[in-house]
Design a binder for this molecule. Structure first.
Ligand SMILES: [Zn+2]
Length: 462
């Protein structure tokens, strides 16, 4: 028997339209926050923190057990240091005691993922996502209705501020969205966002062969561009080479570290402001570049970040930190409190030229997981990136660690012997005096099948 059922995409699109209207409404408040003085930001976030901790203690057995010694109603950001660190492993093992809503548990979240034909909302308005699992542990995440509204505002408020200031906010615009393009990754819902009433969006899956991405972006004739940093960088190099004729007035990058080389190529290709974003499926959005000053502005009103040493003690701003812990103030359905992000951040001193009091961090260089270890020696990913990212004849690359060196795959037409020689020189300061380096030209480098992300560095055993 055939039961007529409404197209799940149509159902999703109707709720999605309602959700985006909520985002555009909330954007007013979020743009105004960018001009708040530091003390107002701190007062706001203290109340947000108390709300999160108080709710988590009542509704999450996992958090209740860890929070026995503090009073959520009086807590400040400094008190977080009394709580244990929350790890990826905790999230995996304790999922059902962390989640605060009775509407879903881990098995229910997995059912949503297994059954949905397209992105979907649960009856309670939750969305379920998974990450790429680049660290080997697959994460399952739920974002509630209000949380998504906040996260989308965090992702887009800097761009919206500038569009308003320049008077271009209401003009017709076309946004090309080069993200995963399909479930279960959160990048498409988060970045396929029309912030103005006359903005159209075109979603282009980043994992498609590059010539297809290139053609789709050219056909979209975008005025605005958002996407994975490595793909946007490659599009910029294609534009410089005369293979792509578009004139975006604003460019937003995310999901992968934006290398200095890619940032430079974007500037050379289009001269447009770049809003680089640092985020995670767990917290959502941690920091976004304003397009004026260096680095990225932390979302200090909605995320509390702690830099700690290897023992979990707070590190002073000018001291190196072993890890970065994040507390996402908008994440009520599945609270992340002192969650170990695995990224390193460096605070930038001084106030940004754009006038905002939101503190800044330097561009995120990438996870420590990207470093290669050879016995007692560690070679940072930057030693490879410095050579491969600056060769104009290389449009994409992947470095796979081997026991005595690395196999490097490149797309393009470089002199492979010269590249190998330059890499050997670059690795020497790290104690690798006679590395075994292979450089091969390939047609394409496969991206992650569901997220479309490019893994540039593959450590041995990873
Ligand atoms: Zn700024």
């Amino acid at each position: 028997m055939c039961v007529s059922q409404e197209d799940p995409k149509a159902v999703y699109q109707r709720l999605r339209a309602a959700h985006l209207s909520a985002v555009r409404a909330a954007l007013e408040d979020h743009v105004a926050r960018l001009a708040w003085p530091r003390r107002r930001i701190e007062r706001y976030r203290t109340e947000r923190l108390r709300s999160l901790l108080g709710f988590a203690r009542e509704r999450s057995p996992f958090h209740a057990a860890r929070m026995a010694d503090i009073d959520p109603a009086k807590a400040t950001a400094d008190d977080l240091a009394q709580l244990p660190i929350m790890t990826k492993r905790d999230v995996h093992d304790e999922w059902d005691t962390i989640v605060t809503t009775p509407d879903i548990d881990r098995a229910g979240a997995e059912r949503v993922l297994a059954r949905q034909g397209w992105f979907s909302y649960t009856p309670a308005g939750l969305q379920v996502f998974t990450s790429g699992g680049s660290s080997g542990v697959r994460g399952v995440y739920v974002w509630d209705w209000e949380q998504f509204v906040t996260l989308a505002c965090l992702a887009w408020r800097w761009q919206a501020r500038d569009e308003r200031a320049s008077g271009s906010a209401g003009r017709p615009a076309r946004l090309a969205v080069v993200e995963a393009g399909e479930p279960p990754h959160a990048s498409t819902p988060l970045f396929d966002v029309a912030t103005g009433p006359s903005t159209q969006t075109v979603v282009i899956p980043a994992a498609a062969p590059f010539d297809q991405v290139l053609r789709a972006v050219a056909d979209a004739r975008p005025t605005h561009l958002v996407g994975y940093a490595s793909v946007i960088g490659r599009l910029a190099r294609a534009a410089i080479a005369g293979e792509l004729d578009i004139r975006p007035v604003r460019v937003s990058t995310n999901s992968e570290p934006l290398s200095p080389q890619d940032r430079h190529a974007i500037g050379a290709a289009w001269g447009a402001p770049v809003h680089n974003l640092w985020g995670s499926t767990e917290i959502g959005v941690q920091a976004v570049g304003c397009g004026h000053g260096d680095g990225l502005h932390l979302c200090a009103d909605e995320v509390i970040l702690e830099r700690v040493d290897a023992a979990g003690r707070p590190a002073a701003p000018d001291e190196p930190a072993a890890r970065t812990l994040a507390t996402g103030l908008a994440g009520r359905a599945f609270p992340f409190v002192r969650y170990d992000l695995g990224d390193e951040i460096t605070l930038l001193p001084g106030r940004c030229a754009c006038g905002s009091s939101m503190p800044r961090v330097a561009d995120i260089a990438g996870r420590r997981d990207d470093d290669f270890r050879y016995g007692p020696r560690t070679v940072p990913a930057s030693a490879f990136r410095h050579v491969l990212g600056t060769d104009p004849l290389i449009s994409e690359y992947q470095v796979r660690q081997t026991r005595g060196g690395a196999d490097v795959l490149v797309v393009g037409s470089p002199d492979t012997a010269a590249v190998a020689a330059a890499l050997a020189l670059s690795l020497r300061p790290y104690g690798l005096t006679n590395p075994d380096l292979g450089v091969s030209i390939v047609e394409r480098i496969p991206r992650h099948t569901s997220t479309g992300k490019l893994r540039r560095f593959v450590a041995l055993g990873g």
